[in-house]
Design a protein around this ligand. Structure first.
Ligand code: TEU
Ligand code: CA
Length: 589
């Protein structure tokens, strides 16, 4: 068993691996654990010190592993427990900690618990899940207990004939929600956590953890969702977020598990969490978790908000991003802790979404976005391929997409609601989760850039001859080396991780500038989110002070943080012009 490596989560930088798409060692076209072990040098060169590993447990892979059928077994396509121990030891030898993905809002319907539970109302596992009698319509016809639409479309209620009742699934029908009201179920979850912590794991990313407490009414029923559109089904996701017993359950998890493993790193995925919820979840004294993933900044470029509205596209207004990010910086400063992310396995590639992924601006804008993100208070998360400036894909046929969310959206929108296929495909190109799930390109080598010697489970992005790890490693101006310099800066200068953040130029529609202050140090991070040159109208109080360039993302202005920099590093803020997609970190005297 490999010894756990405690770390201060606030100064860590986390790298997320989506195992299916990281590296395939045995030619079956699916990434696996030996493939991860073989590529740890890449992570060490980047300088990250924690890995968040998306689920590797036994699963029918209905939602690519977020549907678990055995929490203590490794899915055979990813390898064995021995492969896991080898990988963990190799990570620890490099000073890299491992956070496993804890998916306990729901299990797979192929989990033995559910197989038992669905067989009879008297089965001892029946109460591990959420069952409800049907409602009856005017003509006595059977109706689901609530009008909630599932995250992957359709009702959240699935009929189970053997017991003559519905079960709840907020996601796919193969992901039945676990019943956290049941103390036996909660005890099973804590046992699973201890199993992995005793194996040397360093912490957990907790999948939709703020959904585990459902809004039960005294009579044991659940409320309908507000009617916001025609038809029976209404967006139901919010109904199951931030429920009444959430903090009670997490306080118990902390007593039963987390406090018994000092240094255990935890991050809770909390869709639709408010800043008040964020403080309650991550308060340094009373919170159960170290940090959270909130989603407000991920919902700014869609009309209808999280999940149900993600496909209705609208352009990002940079002032919305400024207001959202600053609200979370202010709310958790000294009161909690932010994760910092633009990218993960559920989100499109940032350089395509927020930057400019054209050949002219891809590298600069990817490096600018990295500068911006690493310039806040919190713990940055780098998602595999983000450090290469990987772009979205745009498959011509919906059949080429694998993600259940994409496929169900297409079926519901086009086949059931008759929406325009071209419009729906455009939304999938912009927001589909497979954008982030194309396999990692390791070198400019046909046929599959070193990801596999077989046929990849999902096609690679066609730009792998230009966008791959080996090319990036040998190009000092690459996104990879800029991320490496940013991560090194954060580990050398606590002001980046710990300092207070003040928003400057709140109304500017292209320039994003923040002031960072820590123990009498003052730094400014200023970025240009456009393809145009912009003057930066800094407040006069900052333009009269001497300023040193710490790190820039363009070769014309590199700064002290770039090992190649030579010559003066003074920079004048009084007449600063930023080039397209330029990002600067500046220290003030
Ligand atoms: O995602 C939770 C979540 O909020 C999803 O609605 C996700 O953000 C959405 O698909 C984006 O459009 C977590 C996992 O990260 C995701 O991969 C799983 O599909 C989901 O939970 C169910 O486990
Ligand atoms: Ca494989």
């Amino acid at each position: 068993m490999s010894r756990r490596l405690p770390i201060d989560f606030r100064t860590a930088v986390v790298y997320q691996i989506y195992p299916r798409s990281f590296c395939d060692s045995n030619g079956d076209g699916i990434g696996d654990l030996p493939g991860i072990t073989a590529r740890l040098d890449h992570l060490q060169a980047l300088g990250v010190n924690v890995v968040w590993l998306s689920p590797i447990y036994a699963s029918p892979q209905d939602d690519n592993g977020y549907d678990i059928s055995d929490y203590r077994a490794i899915a055979p396509e990813f390898g064995t427990l021995a492969d896991f121990d080898t990988m963990l030891a190799a990570m620890h030898q490099r000073g890299i900690r491992l956070m496993m993905d804890l998916v306990v809002n729901h299990s797979s319907d192929e989990h033995p618990w559910f197989q038992q539970a669905r067989s009879s109302r008297d089965n001892p596992f029946h109460d591990h899940y959420i069952w409800r009698e049907p409602r009856r319509g005017a003509d006595g016809e059977r109706q689901p207990p609530t009008n909630w639409e599932a995250a992957f479309n359709g009702s959240v209620w699935e009929w189970n004939e053997p017991t003559g009742e519905y079960y709840l699934h907020m996601f796919s029908r193969k992901q039945p929600d676990l019943n956290w009201e049941n103390p036996r179920l909660r005890g099973e979850v804590y046992d699973i956590m201890r199993f992995w912590l005793d194996r040397g794991v360093d912490g957990f990313r907790m999948d939709v953890i703020n959904m585990i407490s459902k809004p039960w009414r005294d009579d044991g029923s659940l409320p309908d969702a507000p009617v916001v559109r025609p038809g029976f089904l209404q967006p139901g996701f919010a109904q199951s977020c931030n429920g009444p017993r959430l903090h009670e359950f997490l306080a118990e998890m902390r007593r039963e598990v987390l406090d018994l493993y000092p240094g255990c790193i935890t991050v809770g995925e909390a869709p639709l969490a408010t800043v008040e919820e964020g403080r309650a979840l991550t308060h340094p004294d009373t919170g159960a978790l170290n940090m959270l993933f909130q989603f407000e900044h991920m919902d700014l470029d869609s009309v209808g908000g999280h999940v149900s509205g993600k496909w209705a596209l609208k352009p990002l207004n940079l002032r919305d991003m400024k207001r959202t990010m600053q609200r979370w910086q202010d709310a958790l400063d000294g009161q909690g802790w932010n994760s910092l992310y633009l990218s993960n396995h559920d989100q499109p590639r940032p350089v395509s979404r927020f930057g400019d992924d054209s050949p002219e601006h891809r590298v600069a804008s990817a490096k600018m976005l990295g500068t911006w993100l690493h310039g806040f208070q919190g713990t940055p998360y780098v998602y595999q391929g983000e450090e290469l400036g990987m772009r979205n894909v745009a498959f011509d046929r919906v059949e080429d997409y694998q993600d259940i969310e994409i496929r169900n959206y297409w079926r519901t929108a086009v086949l059931e609601r008759g929406e325009d296929p071209a419009t729906v495909l455009r939304s999938i190109h912009a927001k589909g989760r497979d954008n982030a799930r194309t396999p990692m390109p390791w070198q400019a080598e046909a046929p599959h850039a070193g990801f596999t010697c077989g046929t990849p489970w999902l096609p690679l992005n066609g730009d792998w001859p230009q966008v791959n790890a080996q090319t990036a490693l040998h190009d000092p101006d690459s996104v990879f080396h800029h991320y490496r310099r940013l991560i090194a800066l954060r580990q050398q200068h606590p002001i980046l991780a710990m300092g207070q953040t003040t928003l400057l130029l709140p109304e500017h529609t292209a320039i994003y500038a923040v002031l960072r202050e820590w123990q009498n140090q003052h730094w400014v991070i200023v970025t240009n989110w456009s393809s145009a040159v912009h003057e930066v109208p800094f407040p006069s109080e900052w333009t009269t002070r001497p300023a040193q360039l710490v790190l820039g993302n363009l070769s014309a202005r590199r700064g002290l943080g770039d090992e190649r920099h030579r010559g003066p590093t003074e920079i004048k803020l009084s007449d600063l012009q930023l080039q397209p997609w330029e990002g600067l970190i500046v220290s003030l005297g």
